[in-house]
Design a protein around this ligand. Structure first.
Ligand SMILES: *Cc1c(COP(=O)(O)O)cnc(C)c1O
Length: 376
């Protein structure tokens, strides 16, 4: 009996990175400095280099990174923020936490926010000038288009790159077109820590200073509080682990994910399973590999078939953000298009395993499982 294929395999990851992690932990332990020290600084420098942006600021998670980013851009209570209903709930939760009012618009056939619809909304309603697009599944939104919208409508843009670190649209890295990019180091992400973490990438000294203040109680100097900040520091241990053990492997992780995606795209041949179109010009990093069931009523049967074949799967996402009870409670939510495409994703989508520690033989087993499924 062959072993189960997990959606993420952190035991295998440990086999690979454990040695480097333990060395990183020892280095921090020996340094005697546990919060906002050299390890965070070094990691921030490396991350900014990698991203080809001037400043990186570590923080506690991706959720906080978005909240801090919006506050850096001057978001005031009640300001409207255009975003997607098909993402991790954190994208919208951060908008609400920052005092903004989320405005939802439908996705396109790739599952990413529909930039044509966005343009229509920006042109019709000048009250909406904050924008939080998400590079979902590891695909890059069309960045030329995003740049053009940002200029034309003078938008303040936070790019949510939690699933897309390293992805490009043509030759442009995600996160470099908006005012601020954020990412998450939640363990399952392409660059995952051994716990929570996040970062902002900013372009100006002013934003760097403000973000560093906001992540640390809004202090400008020790015991001097100029802003209503958060406690959202990236700690030294996670920073050292990211710097020593994960960042040096990121390129290989991405290559591996791309290789697996390529195999799925060429070898999965089941008329009841459809591939999600890759956005034009996207050079994706394949955080997830989504497929769509031809018939949404067969989703349970497909997932059960995968279980029977020893293959894990997941849904991204089964309930739209705009339908979540938490938002119904606050009431202040705007829905500016039908969301019919997002709804279809929530009903038809299934994610196949694509983590970098999958072996070739396991990729073949996932493919066989997909191809051997006979929809009733
Ligand atoms: C994971 C994720 C977040 C939130 O990151 P956390 O570190 O878990 O707070 C935000 N947006 C997207 C698209 C994500 O995938």
């Amino acid at each position: 009996m062959s072993s189960k294929i997990l959606f993420n395999d952190f035991q295998r990851q440990w086999q690979d990175i454990g040695h480097d992690v333990l060395e990183a932990v020892e280095r921090v332990g020996k340094s005697g400095w546990l919060i906002l020290g050299e390890a965070v600084k070094n990691f921030e420098n490396e991350l900014a280099n990698l991203w080809q942006l001037p400043y990186a600021i570590g923080c506690a998670n991706g959720l906080d990174a978005i909240e801090i980013a919006l506050k850096c851009l001057g978001l005031q209570p009640g300001d409207l923020v255009l975003t997607t209903p098909l993402s991790a709930f954190a994208t919208t939760l951060a908008i609400v936490r920052a005092g903004g009012v989320p405005v939802f618009v439908d996705v396109d056939d790739s599952g990413l926010i529909d930039l044509d619809l966005c343009e229509k909304i920006f042109s019709q309603d000048s009250a909406i000038r904050y924008f939080v697009p998400v590079h979902l599944y590891g695909h890059a939104l069309n960045l030329q288009r995003l740049r053009q919208l940002k200029r034309k409508y003078k938008l303040k843009v936070v790019e949510d790159c939690a699933q897309a670190i390293g992805a490009k649209s043509k030759d442009t890295l995600v996160g470099t077109v908006g005012d601020i990019a954020i990412t998450s180091f939640y363990p399952t992400k392409n660059l995952g820590a051994m716990g929570d973490g996040g970062a902002l990438l900013v372009k100006t000294k002013k934003h760097e200073r403000l973000a560093k203040s906001l992540r640390d109680y809004g202090q400008s100097k020790k015991y001097i509080h100029d802003h209503v900040g958060l406690n959202s520091r990236l700690d030294e241990l996670q920073a050292a682990i990211l710097h020593d053990a994960l960042l040096p492997r990121l390129n290989d992780f991405i290559k591996r994910r791309c290789h697996i995606a390529q195999r799925y795209l060429t070898e999965i041949k089941n008329p009841n399973l459809l591939f999600v179109p890759i956005p034009k010009d996207s050079r994706s990093v394949w955080h997830l590999f989504p497929v769509l069931l031809k018939n949404s009523k067969q989703r349970t049967s497909f997932q059960q078939h995968l279980v029977n074949c020893g293959v894990a799967s997941a849904l991204h996402y089964p309930k739209l953000i705009s339908d979540q009870t938490a938002l119904k409670k606050i009431g202040k939510v705007h829905i500016l298009s039908s969301l019919q495409c997002a709804k279809a994703f929530s009903q038809h989508q299934v994610s196949l395993p694509i983590h970098p520690y999958l072996q070739e033989e396991e990729v073949s087993r996932v493919i066989e499982a997909c191809n051997s499924w006979a929809a009733e």
